[in-house]
Every structure is written in C-alpha cells, then in structure tokens.
Design a binder for this molecule. Structure first.
Ligand SMILES: [Zn+2]
Length: 423
C-alpha cells in the first residue's frame, strides 16, 4: 500500500532549508520526493497537507529506561546517588517481568504520541521489552543493564544480555541489541573488560552510563581517558556513552564512540551541563535522549530539543551555538546511527519511512516557511503538534489512536503495576 503526503513541508537535520513537496511512501520506504508544483504520483491513501503540514523524521530517543514510567514521581528533587539508593533501587526490586512489560508499553504510548519511532533502552527483563516492541511495530535498541551484586550476578546478567542478542538482534528489522554495563560505579573494571571482550567477540555495541555526575569523575580512580582505554570501550564494534556530562571535550574519541546528551534529566538531578558546543565543534556524534521518566519526567523529544538548544546558548552566552538544525539532527539521524540503524533519520528516497506528521495549521506556526521551519519546530512547536507517527510506512499512532496497541488495557495494567510496587 502506498501513502501520498500531498503538498507538505519536509525538514530534517541535513537540510538547511525545508522543502514543499509531494512525498510518496511505499513498501515501508520513502519511495519518491517531488516538488509540490509537479503532478503528485498516484497512491492508495492521500494525506492532503495543503502546505499546512510538515513531515519530519521520527525521533530516536537515544537513552532511556522505558519501564521507569512506573517509578515516575518517586523521590523527586534529590541528587543522583541518594535518589537511586533510597528511592529507586528498593522499588525496582519489586518489578516483575509483567510489570516491566506493561510499563514499557505505557512508555511507548507516550513516545509514539510525541513522534518517537525508536528508543534505546537499558533495563532488565528485556525479553519482555523486546516482545512489547515487536508487538507494537516500534523500533528499539535494547540492552540488559548489567550491575554487580551478589556473587554470580554480573555473569548471569551478561549471559542474559548475550541471549537477548541471539534471540532479538535484527528481529524484523526493528531491534538492535547492545551489551549494557550500567556505569563505572556499578561494574568493576575486570568485568568491564570481559563485557567489552564479549562485545567484540559477538559483534555487538555497548551502551554505558559514563560520568553523569562530578562525584563519578572524582571516584573514577583514574583519568577518563585511561578508563576508556583500560575498559576496552574504545575497541568495541561501537560504544554509546550516555550523559558524559563530566567528560572533557578535549578527550580523544575514536569514530566508534558516540555520546548521548540528556539535558532535562541532567538539569533535574543537578548533575551539570555537558559541554555540547565543544563536542559539536569537534564533529563528535552526539545523540539526544530523555533518560528514564523518573528523572525527566517526560519522554518527549520536542522538549529535549528545545531545552538542549536553549540551555547551551544561555550557558555559553552564545545565541549562535546548538542551532535548531543541530538538535533536530541529534534527535533523529545521530541517534539512529549511534545504535546501528541504517537509512533512518533523514527524509531521503530509499530510506525507511519512519516519519512524524506535524500540524502547522496552528496559531504558533503563522509565518512558517521553507527558511524558518526547523526553528519554528524547535522553538515554537511542541509534541502537541504531532498528528501521526509512522514506522516502516505503517501508522503506529494517528490522531490519538494506536492501531497496533490497546491503549486502554495498557494503562489499566500499568496502573496496577504502579500500585503493586509502591504498596
Ligand atoms: Zn540512564
């Protein structure tokens, strides 16, 4: 089935100017893009934009813990370590595979309604997360969060993560799997090396929390450069470092290493501000993520784009840095490539039709045109403008409805799970 977006604006992180086009989606891909002044191609379904709709790439939330929506609101306004140790970890102990399944689905409702087509998730019971993702037809980069604990726990978690890769990596083109050592303060160095060795042997990427707080840097016991070298993180097929708030932007990073900026979570936990402008000047791959909903508390990439762009302008007193185009690219293409999704995150013929349909027929878009669309989206727009979210050419969210998910049942089950773990 072919869907035609007739007379819509398109914008992505590679276009300095938006374009007014007819965009044809067929067989899950962007089949054709032609100027809106030309005769539109034939299609089974036609969405008539009349110049009042935009199509942008679906967002990639490059660092989250989806099921943590079940912990939203617990332990507000506390520093990271206090929050984790006193509020989060004790409640997480009560999570069952079923709770995580329904919690993840509920997070997916939020993400889909705000235009996210893919999320990078680190948690546990990831088989259930994978089933939730496949059932919905969403995309995800999944890893099992590996932490030390009782004897044998790390080994079991790693073997569980490798099983996840064996069973789900590449499934239906929707899932990539990484290994997920949690952080320097939860995984001893010896184990870090065995995990990065396993990543190399199995051709897998690694998703890792690195230097989220100043305390983490102070307690690292060596320089970040030495840590990255000694742990083997620089020699994996690819490594994604979430947060990197305290990583010096002069640090040499090879091409296989990317960073994820989580501005709202870092601000809320008082962790500091990542030196994003310097990383971007150096040409580093920096994606954008929300982190879990219990430290954000939204799973909304629009909010993340706007915050990132404003935050660094204010912090560096430079209104030119971290442009609307920069954050749009970080929120889409950079996240996709960081986690091994090819041909995703740009509006290009032949690329996957993972798209967001945006309503420009609203007062805050008066004055929008080809020159300023990206800036309108980032500075004036919000997730309330999302009309639909399409993945592989199929609507997964459209006008408040979820064609592949039972939203009502998901919310009932997620509420029950929340009640059970906070009882
Ligand atoms: Zn995190």
């Amino acid at each position: 089935m072919a869907t035609l977006f007739k007379d819509v604006y398109i914008a992505d992180g590679s276009r300095t100017k938006a374009e007014r086009v007819h965009l044809l989606v067929s067989k899950g891909r962007i089949a054709q893009i032609i100027d809106a002044s030309q005769t539109p191609p034939a299609a089974d379904k036609i969405i008539s934009g009349r110049g009042h709709m935009a199509v942008i790439p679906g967002f990639v939330n490059a660092h989250t813990h989806a099921a943590m929506i079940l912990l939203r609101g617990l332990g507000e306004e506390a520093p990271l370590m206090e929050w984790l140790q006193n509020k989060i970890w004790p409640v997480e102990d009560k999570l069952t595979p079923e709770y995580i399944y329904w919690g993840t689905l509920s997070a997916m409702l939020e993400m889909l309604a705000t235009g996210t087509t893919c999320f990078a998730d680190m948690y546990f019971e990831m088989e259930r997360v994978a089933e939730a993702v496949l059932g919905a037809g969403m995309k995800a980069a999944l890893c099992r969060g590996i932490t030390a604990g009782a004897p044998g726990k790390i080994e079991r978690s790693l073997s569980n993560n490798l099983d996840l890769a064996k069973n789900y990596h590449g499934r239906e083109g929707l899932i990539t799997v990484q290994l997920g050592p949690h952080a320097p303060y939860t995984v001893p160095m010896d184990y870090m090396r065995s995990i990065t060795d396993a990543a190399k042997t199995n051709g897998l990427g690694v998703h890792f929390h690195f230097l989220e707080t100043k305390g983490e840097l102070d307690n690292l016991g060596m320089s970040p450069t030495d840590y990255l070298k000694e742990s083997g993180l620089l020699n994996t097929p690819y490594t994604v470092l979430a947060h990197a708030v305290w990583l010096d932007p002069k640090t040499e990073l090879p091409d296989n290493v990317s960073l994820v900026h989580n501005p709202c979570s870092n601000l809320k936990l008082g962790s500091g501000i990542m030196p994003l402008t310097e990383w971007l000047e150096r040409g580093a791959v920096v994606a954008l993520g929300t982190d879990g909903a219990s430290s954000n508390n939204r799973l909304d990439m629009w909010e993340e784009m706007r915050t990132a762009s404003l935050l660094h302008k204010g912090a560096t007193m430079n209104p030119v840095c971290v442009s609307a185009l920069d954050v749009l690219r970080m929120a889409t293409y950079e996240g996709a490539r960081a986690f091994g999704f090819a041909q995703k995150g740009m509006i290009q013929e032949g690329w996957f039709a993972d798209l967001v349909l945006v309503n420009l027929d609203k007062p805050h878009y008066i004055g929008v045109n080809e020159e300023n669309l990206a800036a309108y989206l980032v500075y004036a727009g919000s997730s309330a403008d999302v009309l639909g979210t399409m993945i592989n050419g199929r609507w997964i969210y459209r006008n408040g409805e979820y064609p592949t998910l039972d939203a009502e049942e998901i919310m009932i089950k997620a509420r029950e799970a929340r009640d059970a773990i906070t009882r």
